[in-house]
Write a protein that binds this ligand. Structure first.
Ligand SMILES: NC(=O)c1ccc[n+]([C@@H]2O[C@H](COP(=O)([O-])OP(=O)(O)OC[C@H]3O[C@@H](n4cnc5c(N)ncnc54)[C@H](OP(=O)(O)O)[C@@H]3O)[C@@H](O)[C@H]2O)c1
Length: 326
């Protein structure tokens, strides 16, 4: 089978590999589409927190058809259409995954969309529902709001009855965030972001601030967000796409009774797989109800994965880019 391989960190090569064989409780899936995520950049570069031993196939999600099952598999059967969540290995024509990590997908969902709905939507959903305990009517500020996790968060927060403020760095991204449910958009390229972001959030929340902030950019954006949070607000730390991991001044946490909460969604996949699976089905229900819809900016052949990764690296992606085997 064809696979993208990392043999040394920083380089991706296309290779023919032997087809994997499912063991007990495992499933072999013919991959039709694989979503590209920001963490893939770090995994390939060798800078991610969880790194597989070299050589390895990267890729954290895919969608396709169950080709074969190993012993003791009861949750899926050959022919089922599934979305797969995995630590690495999805950038290949075939993949072996634990049955619990293979999510049955609705008939109306294409493989491309199913791959796009994977890690980004799971991350956004866990951040809003599990970590932030979002309530209808609350105001959610989403940073990096036109990216994979960001746009998913805008759609899901809106679907759950929240008011959504999106923070983005271009007019094009602002338009997309608005079209996907953001009631207000903040430009993160303004000169005095530290004050401007708080002023804008306060202006549209009657000086209350944002009840929930989903923060995935880090650096100056994180610092500004911490000043724009409401009393008893919750800030979920999702990532540091800008490259700077911020330090938190504990005084902010104390004086406003706020919670700064971490999220590593793959831990839920591995430690609480039943809950992870149930959350996946809830997302598919939102999709079937027409409340969320992944925005796939472009698809690339597996051979062109470097182009897809470059688009993510440059912060150019609106929604998701997806690799396809067709
Ligand atoms: N915690 C978890 O479990 C988990 C799971 C998945 C992803 N993540 C993290 O979530 C973040 C978003 O991931 P994603 O896959 O949605 O990525 P993405 O689609 O590339 O979105 C990242 C967004 O970050 C912003 N950004 C700011 N500075 C950037 C830079 N120097 N390079 C690239 N983007 C930059 C961009 O928005 P603007 O230009 O509008 O600011 C961009 O849209 C990443 O930090 C990733 O590591 C965390």
């Amino acid at each position: 089978m064809k696979a993208l391989m990392v043999k040394q960190f920083g380089a991706l090569v296309v290779e023919e590999r032997p087809a994997p064989v499912p063991g007990t409780g495992e499933v072999l899936v013919d991959v039709h589409a694989a979503g590209v995520n920001f963490p893939d950049l770090m995994v390939i570069a060798g800078t991610y927190q969880n790194l597989p031993p070299l050589p390895f196939i990267p890729g954290k999600e895919c969608a396709g058809i169950v080709k074969a099952i190993g012993p003791c598999v009861t949750l899926v059967k050959p022919g089922d259409r599934v979305m797969v969540q995995i630590e690495y290995g999805a950038f290949a024509a075939q993949i072996v995954a634990k049955q619990i990590n293979c999510h049955a997908i609705p008939d109306a969902l294409s493989f491309t969309e199913a791959a796009a709905i994977g890690l980004s939507y799971m991350t956004a959903y866990f951040a809003l529902v599990e970590r932030a305990q979002l309530k209808p009517g609350e105001t959610v500020l989403v940073t990096g709001a036109a990216g994979g996790v960001g746009l998913a968060a805008v759609q899901i927060a809106k679907a759950l009855g929240a008011h959504v403020i999106a923070a983005v760095d271009s007019p094009e991204k602002a338009a997309v965030a608005r079209a996907n449910g953001a009631g207000h958009v903040i430009d993160t390229t303004v000169a005095d972001l530290r004050n401007a972001l708080r002023d804008e959030v306060f202006a549209v929340t009657a000086k209350r601030g944002a009840d929930v902030i989903l923060e995935q950019v880090g650096g100056d954006v994180f610092d500004a967000c911490l000043r724009a949070i409401a009393w008893c607000g919750r800030m979920v730390v999702i990532g540091f796409a800008s490259g700077r991991i911020p330090d938190i001044k504990a005084g902010y946490i104390l004086v406003k009774n706020i919670a700064v909460i971490g999220l590593q969604v793959s831990d839920y996949r591995d430690r609480q797989p039943e809950k992870f699976r149930a959350m996946g089905q809830q997302l598919f229900e939102l999709y079937s109800a027409g409340k969320i819809k992944p925005h796939v900016m472009a698809t690339y052949a597996f051979e062109d994965a470097a182009l897809a990764l470059k688009a993510v690296q440059d912060g150019k992606v609106i929604g998701k880019v997806v690799l396809t085997t067709a």
